[in-house]
Design a binder for this molecule. Structure first.
Ligand code: FUL
Length: 491
């Protein structure tokens, strides 16, 4: 009897394997594993800190004496704590900005904190930040400006050796790096070891990016490299904090390299594009990238930060928000307060999916297989999603909450390992016994947040109005923000 039972179980299991539907074939360019991890980060901080903080400049000339770098109360732990409380999942530190001053005791130059009064030249700020991030569970990233207005060799081949040596120091000695930030600024004039002249380089060839990037791949294979032109993550094309209303994760990167901005449609991305190269929105909480006391009254308001959130993370991009320490070496109280209040509103908004108990049905389920069930959109669990048959490119999904629910944010997410498949959607609510459309959207990708006026309804319907391949939807959720959409800030 027992034997027969095992035999039947075996037959049943083989049959279900035989009849189980295959997942949809991936569509177009796909994210790498490191890019998928990067998408999960969504929001992290940028820290701009160098001699500029003490000279009140944005771009140091390169002749600043290390003597001026003397934060009196520097505390990486306190800074990282404030950033964590503000919802940041990581920190990218300007280890060296254009002025060439290094926040770590590099073996390759004297122009660093080892000649500053801070900790009598015995400190290592990169290490303190990396350790604080580790302690608080944040990921750590580094920025190393290719342009160096201090170095005597800048614009000669020797400088490339210097730059790569420094890159190795940063990538080998401070634990895992989640993002390496390269910028494309190459302004020309500088101190250059006393020469005080204008130096030009050919941005396409000078840094030999292919070989420079291979150092990052060798030492930190999981790190995504950012620049205005990729290779892993692209600049969003502005520093004001917004991705395009349509923002594809794919991009036409004819020639991916820092300084190549303008070759593609950075803000919107391109469809189908030549690579998976999602946008990162870099913006400062203050007008400048560095701390200036005169800007204390100009710290972005909570409403402004909310707008930035919805127009970056809410459009499928990642947000890197700059929070520059002041001369004490701490986050200024105003910045800390706005960050805290912003995070409180985000928490209040997103803590509960108001549709979590909904009954979910769809016009099509792939192979009628539970593996691709419509209800998967409520799970948001790795590997689970709702998918349709290959021909069903414009299906509908209904979430029936069973009782009236009031919301003002709709969240839609695609299952990224299968590519960006959906071209456009419409969302309807049930009103006076019929469906009424209240929103449409294009690119979905990692996370699309659609804000609306307060809507009270018992059910909503998602209509996929165009797709390049049958959709694979990872998540649908409804939220209620305490801040009405009308309360928006002009750019
Ligand atoms: C730019 C730099 O020139 C700015 O100073 C700042 O660091 C910004 C994030 O990137 O290219």
């Amino acid at each position: 009897m027992k034997c027969l039972f095992s035999f039947l179980t075996l037959v049943f299991m083989s049959a279900s394997v035989l009849f189980a539907s295959n997942p949809p074939a991936p569509y177009g360019h796909l994210p790498s594993d490191r890019q998928l991890k990067w998408h999960e980060m969504e929001m992290y901080a940028f820290i701009h800190f160098t001699v500029n903080t003490f000279t009140d400049k944005e771009w140091g000339y390169g002749d600043e004496s290390p003597d001026i770098f003397n934060p009196t109360e520097f505390n990486a732990d306190k800074i990282v704590r404030v950033l964590k409380d503000g919802g940041m999942k990581g920190v990218v530190l300007t280890c060296k900005h254009h002025d060439g001053f290094c926040l770590w005791p590099s073996k390759y130059t004297d122009h660093s904190i080892k000649n500053s009064p801070w900790k009598k030249g015995k400190g290592d700020m990169v290490k303190e930040f990396a350790d604080a991030c580790k302690k608080h569970g944040l990921k750590f990233g580094t920025y190393l400006s290719p342009w160096d207005r201090n170095h005597k060799d800048y614009a000669t081949p020797e400088y490339i050796t210097y730059y790569r040596n420094q890159l190795r120091e940063l990538l080998a000695n401070y634990g895992p790096i989640f993002e390496m930030w390269f910028d494309g600024a190459n302004g020309g004039d500088g101190y250059y070891g006393g020469a005080k002249e204008k130096r030009k380089i050919d941005n396409r060839t000078y840094y030999d990016w292919k070989n420079t990037w291979s150092i990052v791949r060798e030492l930190q294979p999981d790190a995504c490299m950012f620049s205005d032109g990729g290779p892993d993550v692209r600049w969003v094309g502005n520093e004001s904090g917004f991705a395009g209303e349509t923002c594809w994760a794919t991009f036409n990167a004819d020639e991916a390299r820092p300084g190549s901005a303008g070759t593609g449609n950075l803000n919107k991305g391109d469809r189908p594009g030549s690579a998976w190269m999602p946008a990162e929105v870099d913006v400062s909480i203050r007008p400048g990238w560095f701390y200036h006391a005169k800007e204390d009254e100009k710290v972005k308001s909570v409403d402004h930060l909310l707008k930035i959130y919805y127009e970056s993370v809410g459009r499928g991009a990642n947000l890197i928000l700059n929070v520059p320490p002041d001369r004490r070496g701490l986050v200024h109280e105003i910045d800390a307060k706005n960050l805290r209040e912003w995070k409180k509103i985000l928490d209040e908004t997103f803590e509960k999916n108001l549709a979590r108990k909904a009954k979910v049905s769809a016009s099509n389920t792939r192979g009628n297989d539970d593996q691709f069930a419509p209800a998967n959109v409520l799970k948001q669990k790795s590997g689970s999603y709702w998918a349709t048959d290959d021909e069903a490119k414009t299906p509908e999904l209904v979430l029936d909450m069973g009782k009236p629910v009031t919301f003002n944010v709709v969240q839609l997410r695609e299952y990224l390992p299968l590519g960006q498949r959906i071209e456009s959607v419409a969302v309807d609510c049930w009103k006076n016994d019929k469906w009424e459309e209240f929103a449409t959207a294009t690119s979905i990708g990692n996370r699309r947040l659609i804000r609306s006026k307060d809507i009270t309804t018992t059910k909503i319907r998602l209509r996929i109005t165009a797709a390049a391949a049958c959709p694979a939807v990872y998540g649908v959720a409804l939220f209620k923000s305490p801040v009405p959409v009308e309360q928006s800030v002009k750019k």
